[in-house]
Ligand binder design. Sequence first.
Ligand SMILES: *Cc1c(COP(=O)(O)O)cnc(C)c1O
Length: 345
Amino acid sequence: MVGDFIDLRSDTVTLPTPEMRRAMAEAPVGDDVYGDDPTVEKLEKLAAEILDKEAALFVPSGTFGNQLSLLTHTTSGDEVIVPARAHVLMHEVGAAAFISRVQLRPLEDPGGKMDPDEIRRTIRGDDIHFPRTSLIWLENAHSLGWAVPLEHIKEVRQIAMEHDLKVHMDGARIFNAAIALGVEACELAKYADSVMFCLSKGLCAPVGSMVVGDEMFIKRARKNRKLLGGAMRQVGVLAAAGIIALTRMVDRLVEDHEKARYLAEKLRTFQEIEVAWDRLDINMVFFRFRKVVDHETFVKYMFQNGVKINPPDDGEYRLVTHYWVEKGEIDSFVRILEKFLLEVR
Ligand SMILES: *Cc1c(COP(=O)(O)O)cnc(C)c1O
């Protein structure tokens, strides 16, 4: 439960664990803009170590980390090749145009993968009419529920190398992807120049994301973070929760995946419901109703029965499992759903 609700809207609704709250209260802190916060230093070291990169930077949010990476990798007017349904394109308020002033070039992304030949064709040549391509964007796990396989990432790295481009990975849920693929997260990160990942989603930290990369990149990103107003002072109180997130909360993500599969299996028993079985790699279940359902009525009905869900996107619902949703609560959700389908039409 999150408060009095079964909250399936997102893993961003996760509350800090009691252990995090204790660590936050007791964290040694200092002014991180002066480099004086030992807890932030510890978190950044830990993040770099886990992802096997030279350096890391604590940032206020995933959006901040993505936009900061864009700003640090590109020059305004550049073109960035992105998966068509990537978060950076769909859900970051058009910030790429606003902050870095780059052009995002979307390529179809079935399975979370762009077609390598299409990437090659899309990279701009030397023509007076063309912008400069400078960056290829990856998202793993993809927000539509896919863990993108290592082979694809290697292939993109190869293309980037051939054309002297950088690769950024939006790894908001990189640990979910790694678990789904049965590889270490650092193995996924290896093929990207920079990776952003979130502490505040399935890992339950209240605030914060990390950007990792080589020392030069992080040094420049640190300055750009200041420019964007994201340098914080005694931020060790937040970093302390991040340390717990990375040391205690990563391996248990597999439970969230199991709960998602459990939920999907339950939904399978309803003939009125169609589950997107090809997008069940992580802690998300996507489904549609096979019959006409008034979406507003459904979401309200759920709310009145103690369940929070997001309205559908183009008729498709997304349910997200996390630390604060127990199996019994999934059973409760399914019972309420059953009641809805019987009572309402
Ligand atoms: C959540 C998310 C982000 C942004 O994180 P916020 O902390 O919400 O700004 C970026 N990319 C992906 C794929 C995400 O799922």
